[in-house]
Write a protein that binds this ligand. Structure first.
Ligand SMILES: O=C(O)CCC(=O)C(=O)O
Length: 254
């Protein structure tokens, strides 16, 4: 089945709600290829990954990798030419009604049995003012996802609420952030393997802890408007954590 084009109805829905589910977007064979690369990362996570929810009680050498954070580009030289990558850039541009360029991707894996939600946040909270209304994220789960294993949850129409104040998560030694949201507007997006979600860079979102028996694996792809300049002009809550050395610092533009 070919990759879908964004319909007017999908574009309108995305613009109103700030997020969108696209069912049956990525063919199984393309996901299988991606997953095989990501499994190489899992097999050697001390080399390739950070722990996005690094428990502050754990020394750096003994991080339990509550959220494995890496990128498939570390193990896949030809990744930029993969059909799924070309498609998501085109689809994301249609949703934003502006050209969007691929910026970076992350492999985010949650092992079973760790209480490690990815807390409520806006991507702009991490990225800084350079990305003000200039980003969109496409999230690709590598298995079926629901609330029990860490599917996406969004604050409906939260992209219209401005930038929320974020803070670091207590007890966590990585740069993980959290913001307060009106949870009465939260919508869970359980989806099947092959479906993806898109969200605007200001849409608050979270994924719960993985309480299933297996890994929850996902690849998230961040797009930005040409000329946005990537991360910069940071908000006051932003910190940088180098997990190779353990060094924490304040970004120069904060
Ligand atoms: O996969 C996750 O746990 C969270 C991903 C996320 O926050 C994002 O893609 O923006």
């Amino acid at each position: 089945m070919p990759y879908p084009e964004a319909s007017d109805e999908q574009i309108d829905r995305f613009l109103r709600h700030g997020w969108l589910v696209v069912e049956e977007a990525i063919p199984a064979a393309d996901l299988d290829l991606l997953e095989r690369r990501c499994d190489k990362i899992l097999a050697d996570k001390e080399r390739f990954a950070n722990d996005w929810a690094w428990d502050a009680r754990e020394p750096r050498e003994a991080r339990s990798f509550r959220i494995v954070q890496s990128s498939p580009r570390f193990v896949w030289r030809e990744i930029a030419d993969q059909p799924y990558r070309l498609w998501l850039t085109a689809f994301g541009s249609s949703l934003m009604r502006a050209e969007m360029t691929f910026w970076y991707d992350q492999f985010l894996a949650k092992p079973p049995g760790h209480d490690a939600p990815t807390r409520w946040h806006q991507d702009e909270g991490y990225w800084g003012r350079n990305l003000f209304d200039k980003g969109v994220t496409c999230w690709i789960p590598l298995q079926d996802v629901d609330a029990a294993n860490g599917c996406m949850h969004f604050i409906d129409a939260g992209h219209r609420d401005g930038v929320l104040s974020h803070r670091l998560v207590e007890g966590v030694a990585s740069d993980l952030l959290v913001c307060e949201v009106d949870e009465s507007r939260a919508v869970a997006a359980p989806i099947k393997r092959g479906a993806v979600t898109f969200h605007h860079s200001k849409t608050p979102h979270m994924t719960p802890a993985n309480t299933s028996a297996g890994y929850r694996k996902a690849v998230t792809n961040h797009l930005q408007a040409p000329g946005a300049g990537g991360e910069g002009d940071h908000y006051p809550w932003k910190v940088l954590v180098n997990q190779r050395t353990g060094e924490r610092s304040v970004p120069p533009s904060r």
